[in-house]
Write a protein that binds this ligand. Sequence first.
Ligand SMILES: [Zn+2]
Length: 411
Amino acid sequence: MSRRFTFMLPVVFLLAGSDATPGDKIPVGRPVPGANLGRAHMEGIALFREKRYAEAAQRFHFERLDNPGNARAVFFLALCTQHLDQWQKAEQLWQEYLLLDSDDPTAAYIRRQMAFCRKQSGGQADDNPRRKKPVWLNLSEQELDALGRSSSEQADYAVVSRPHCLVRARNEKLATLVADETEAVLKQINATLLNGRAFPHVIEVTVWRSRQAFRDNAGAPHWSGGGFSFQPARGSSPAQARIDLIQKTDDGRFDRDLLPRALPHELCHVVLAEFFGQKTCPLWLQEGLAVLAEYDRGRSRDKLVREYVKLGNTIPFRRLFTARTYDKEQLSLFYAQSACVARFLFDQLSSRQSLEFLEHIRSGQSVRIAIERPLCLKPLPGRIQRLEQSWRQHLFSQFNLTCYPRAPTGG
Ligand SMILES: [Zn+2]
């Protein structure tokens, strides 16, 4: 199927969308009549026509947040996503569209789009489109195993230094990999969340040889795979940033999670701790963004969220956003859901808007205001419930669940 053919039908929608009062001529978007099309939608259409797909996608995404069940916004969001070559995401959005509007006469067209997207993605997730493939991804199993051994007979740690880190590990190659990864991940976090603002300190990273050595020295909780600490500068003492990691799992093999998960996770914590300074970053945001910084962007934890979504037992947003301590009963869900929600919110924000969101949170504003201000959305008291509903709808399509969630009572 050629691309030309693939994108032929939407021209009809675009023409319809250009009409200020298109009324029933619009074949999609029954839940939101054409007469009620908002400013975001019209701007989205204009941007789409100018082929500014990333910006258009943002308008449609937030139109959808404002109005869960808005099939028309999902339709155009799917189209934009397809133009941005994010095939798996586009396929999920088409699925979401079908769930919203199953009687739509264009269903056959949508199914063709889905098949096309599936073929383009080759079953691969659009993970981490913002990152170059790291070196460690190409290492063989033997090479990875070797990273679990000490590189020399000496008991000393090898030390590798880079502009933003000083890494100590028992294996020199591992120390180099960790140092290079630290620089790459820091750059990525700063580019996506803080509008390119450079991290202003040197982080001391220690890779302890065992969990026991880690526990004895890092003071992190026993269940954690890594730890961090950050102390702002005080008087003449400079700021101190530190990360502690574990080289080997309990069976003595090199920990395969160290480079893709533990290191980026703790790095994100350090960046946020520095950014928030004396203020507190809400727990869901800290952990959500830290999981999102991991190489698979938290997708390995999605299965768990899926199970809870099916049962209707996810953590309500109001509770999630205000949690101040870790609920041991729901620890895994808390991490997985926080990442899933953060991905849903931040994926459509530009780096400048992400920074603005974080600045609002840092100044003590609510999540509602932190979302509304950067996006110039009008204040809406029920926005968090709407947001939660949009998120659940999105998950039903992402997870291929056929039963459609009902709106929460009173939402
Ligand atoms: Zn964490």
